[in-house]
Write a protein that binds this ligand. Structure first.
Ligand code: ATP
Ligand code: MG
Length: 561
């Protein structure tokens, strides 16, 4: 985790420009932002965009950002989610100024509601939920005033305080802002600001049986915290008049007057960025929990082997605009590849092993060959790799009836074993079912290190692991969870699930220098991709996740498809 994560190099970020201008003009003295997740699920890559924006501008302009837990729906929220949110924000490399709950402000919010009632700006409605909905009208049709709209202040005060005291059952009454049932903006048609819910809240327990609604809570929480720039996604644009109305009605009571600005949500190809839909995947068991490495939740990405730096870089690359667009998955994947290419040491692992017996190599001999840990960075050093008479190679690296351009193994053809020798395939050994069991090869002792004194050309280089020294492992070959670029738009996103998104290779062979550490480190397995150890690893059987292939194998499919 570094404090150097920065959004300073954004392609375009109109919010940063706006804040810079506000500081320059003296309108803003100290920037205060907040990231306000609801604890009803785990954070995903979309939230990362908002986190990088809110924490990023605060850091850049020497202000601060609060992590506010927006908890006004007790039925759907939990401490598990609260804890996961904190962990994910920290892991991304950001530090909050404070970590309040919106529910910490319930007393204050209640006072604000009383003020609205006293001013004649709020009333208790006793219609049923259905009646309220029907009378709200539609986009084309104005709403109809509630028969309770002109209740006296005294009556409103009495019922509302009784609501708080627990005198009524759920749904019996609601408190509504008195704005305009004819407004062209449905959000302004006397929105509900308090409702009765006899449920236990994860933070306030049974202290409250009335809960404020999101729109009422949000702006006032911003005001209480002194937030200068309240940044949210475009779907809240239509809520801004309400945000402003509430703050303006209470302008003499609130400690500060924040302003809301909207930006486009992140939409990423081949993925879902909605907690509700991600939750559905978990509940329906299409994935193994929120931290399934195929999920683009922060916790899933961590397990998959994403680095926080690659996610922050991605967020700065895509910029911040007011226009909705879908970002190509390749942008995220390449940000990750670039980062891992820099930091991952190289190792050899065989995921689908085929045994090779080198007939002219001495039975009991083991020799060590030197492997380079990083081709571009000598600081990573070298390692010694055991070589012996029996080795494993990848099944894909052998072909019986190989075309001319197949530069790997086939009977009579020669390849280079990475860091070791040239071998030539002599014979294929098959079992009774006709399946290939092993290969018999010979090696050229003169070719140690990977070149031969006679200068003969060998085009192919393949990776290998000494059979006697191999560590047995399981490898999860993860791929994109969806085959369709826009699974969220499908009537049923389940149909877009990729049946091959996790291919488990249970018989993988690792060279001994692949370490299991408490803090998993990324490796590049030569020719296969980037891998990281999974929590399911045991000392007897390491389990590694493929984080990403070396090249974008989907780009080809899209071009030909
Ligand atoms: P979801 O639909 O996944 O539940 P949400 O907006 O309801 O998302 P919140 O917990 O309310 O989730 O979001 C916290 C903050 O993160 C909000 O300010 C929200 O605008 C922002 N956010 C959520 N999803 C995205 C996204 N895809 N791109 C950018 N910001 C997002
Ligand atoms: Mg929300």
């Amino acid at each position: 985790m570094s404090d150097s994560n920065s959004v300073e190099n954004d392609a375009s970020n109109f919010i940063r420009d706006m804040i810079a201008a506000d500081i320059k003009s003296g309108k803003t003295k100290k920037v205060i932002t907040r990231f306000p997740p609801e604890p009803n699920g785990y954070l995903h890559i979309g939230h990362a965009k908002s986190i990088c924006l809110n924490f990023g501008v605060a850091r850049e302009f020497d202000g601060f950002c609060n992590l506010r837990v927006d908890d006004t729906n007790p039925e759907k929220e939990s401490v598990e989610y609260v804890n996961s949110i904190r962990r994910d924000v920290e892991w991304l490399g950001f530090t909050w100024h404070s970590n309040p709950f919106a529910s910490d402000y319930f007393d204050q919010l209640y006072e604000y509601a009383l003020t609205l009632i006293k001013q004649g700006d709020a009333y208790v409605d006793s219609q049923s939920a259905d009646e309220i909905r029907v009378k709200r009208g539609t986009l084309k049709q104005p709403g109809v005033d509630s028969p309770y709209r002109n209740r006296s202040v005294e009556e409103n005060m009495k019922i509302f305080t009784d609501m708080k005291a627990g005198e009524y059952t759920d749904g019996k009454h609601v408190l509504r802002a008195k704005i305009d049932m004819q407004s062209g903006n449905i959000n302004m048609r006397d929105p509900i600001i308090y409702r009765i819910r006899h449920v236990t809240h994860h933070n306030t327990g049974d202290q409250w049986c009335i809960y404020p609604l999101y729109d009422f809570t949000h702006g006032l929480s911003d005001a209480i915290e002194g937030v200068t720039h309240s940044l949210c996604t475009l779907e809240f644009e239509d809520h801004r008049p309400l945000y402003d109305w509430i703050l303006d009605k209470l302008i003499n009571d609130i400690p500060s007057r924040p302003e809301q600005t909207e930006f486009a949500r992140l939409q990423l190809e081949y993925s879902l960025t909605s907690k509700r839909k991600l939750n559905q995947l978990v509940v329906d068991k299409h994935v193994n929990g929120w931290d399934d490495p195929r999920m683009l939740t922060i916790t899933g990405m961590r397990r998959r082997g994403f680095t926080p730096e690659s996610i922050v870089t991605f967020c700065s690359m895509i910029g911040v605009t007011k226009k909705d667009s879908q970002i190509e998955m390749g942008v995220l994947e390449n940000a990750l590849r670039d980062d891992l290419n820099r930091r991952a040491e190289r190792r050899m692992a065989v995921v689908n092993p085929l045994k090779v017996i080198i007939e002219n190599y001495p039975q009991d001999q083991t020799e060590m060959v030197t492997g380079v840990n990083h081709p571009q960075n000598p600081d990573y050093g070298t390692r010694e790799i055991p070589f012996s008479r029996e080795i494993y190679i990848e099944r894909d690296d052998f072909m019986e009836d190989a075309p001319k351009k197949f530069f790997r193994l086939s009977v009579g053809r020669e390849v280079r074993l990475r860091f070791a020798y040239y071998i030539t395939c002599k014979e294929v050994i098959k079992n009774e079912a006709g399946e290939i069991e092993s290969l018999v090869c010979s090696y050229d002792p003169e070719s140690r290190g990977g070149s031969s004194p006679d200068g003969r050309k060998v085009r192919g280089t393949i990776h290998w692991v000494s059979a006697r020294h191999a560590v047995n492992a399981r490898v999860n070959l993860y791929d994109r969870l969806f085959t369709s670029p826009n699974p969220g738009a499908a009537a049923d996103f389940h149909q877009a699930l990729n049946p091959d998104s996790n291919i488990v290779m249970d018989n993988a062979k690792f060279e001994p220098a692949i370490e299991l550490t408490d803090n998993p480190i990324a490796y590049q397995f030569e020719r296969l991709g980037y891998f990281i150890s999974d929590y399911d690893s045991t000392n007897d059987k390491p389990v590694f996740n493929r984080t990403m292939t070396l090249r974008d194998s989907w780009a080809k499919i899209e071009q030909s498809g």
